[in-house]
Design a protein around this ligand. Structure first.
Ligand SMILES: Nc1ncnc2c1ncn2[C@@H]1O[C@H](COP(=O)(O)OP(=O)(O)OP(=O)(O)O)[C@@H](O)[C@H]1O
Length: 241
């Protein structure tokens, strides 16, 4: 579904991510791990077409989307749930969701309306709060809005940037259950996460990014079984330094 070949990018002269090769198969859930500042968000920005400097090849379903502006990338089906949720605080839940369907409305207005039902079935709490201002929601509910907004455009693939950050374990479970349902329906996902105990059980494969480079690509279950995981992580960080 997604294939990156030698992707580099950053904000100024020196690239933050360098020569990243990464693949996600159709229907697969893959983790992108790495410490603070490794470049995970920067890599997602390169995929979403919002990074000022980028090079390399990004293919979605075999089509080159690397040079496209971000709204076209969304139309192609690659949609990001940004770190920090970025909901529009003065707008209602429903209007936040509506913003996610802008590209779909142009193509198929009826389908865009049906998507509200789809999102409200996944997150009944959003249905109850559809008229509430997003800025007054709890962190977990705002994360549901951010995921719901991304789903409004009928994505083929979701890029999730630390969706569980700062959430209580019960809310993490609730959101994981929804992502599980989406996965069962065949949605492809790339999950950026720092917490290995969340990321590894949820994904099939994992990439570890260190200082902007892929330091390791491995089977998630294999990684989870290692009893020297903390040491491995530490060694990778030292090698990258
Ligand atoms: N808008 C920006 N302008 C300049 N430099 C930036 C910008 N955003 C991030 N950086 C730099 O790029 C590097 C990688 O940051 P990035 O946010 O991609 O890392 P990350 O792995 O996602 O970290 P975290 O887990 O903390 O979100 C850091 O050195 C950061 O300071």
């Amino acid at each position: 579904m997604l294939e990156l070949c030698k992707v580099s990018g950053g904000y100024g002269h020196a690239p933050v991510v360098r020569n990243v090769d990464l693949r996600v198969e159709r229907g697969e859930t893959v983790a992108l791990l790495g410490p603070n500042g490794a470049g995970k968000t920067t890599l997602l920005a390169a995929l979403s077409g919002i990074l000022p400097q980028r090079s390399g090849t990004v293919k979605l379903g075999g089509a080159d989307v690397g040079g496209l502006p971000s709204h076209r990338i969304v139309e192609c089906g690659l949609v990001q749930v940004p770190e920090g949720r970025h909901v529009f605080a003065p707008l209602s839940v429903e209007d936040n969701l509506r913003l996610g369907s802008v590209s779909l409305v142009r193509r198929d207005r009826a389908r865009a309306e049906e998507r509200f039902d789809f999102v409200y079935r996944l997150f009944p709490r959003l249905a109850e709060r559809r008229r509430q201002l997003a800025g007054t929601l709890s962190g977990g509910e705002q994360q549901m809005v951010a995921i719901g907004r991304a789903l409004m455009s009928v994505p083929r693939m979701l890029l999730l940037d630390e969706p569980f950050l700062g959430l209580a374990p019960r809310v993490v479970e609730e959101i994981l259950a929804v992502l599980d349902r989406l996965r069962a329906e065949g949605l492809t996902m790339l999950l950026v996460e720092q917490k290995l105990d969340i990321a590894l059980p949820f994904t099939r494969r994992a990439y570890v990014l260190m200082k902007g480079r892929i330091a390791l690509a491995a089977d998630s279950a294999e990684l989870a079984r290692r009893d020297d995981l903390a040491q491995l992580y530490f060694d990778l960080a030292r090698q990258a330094a």
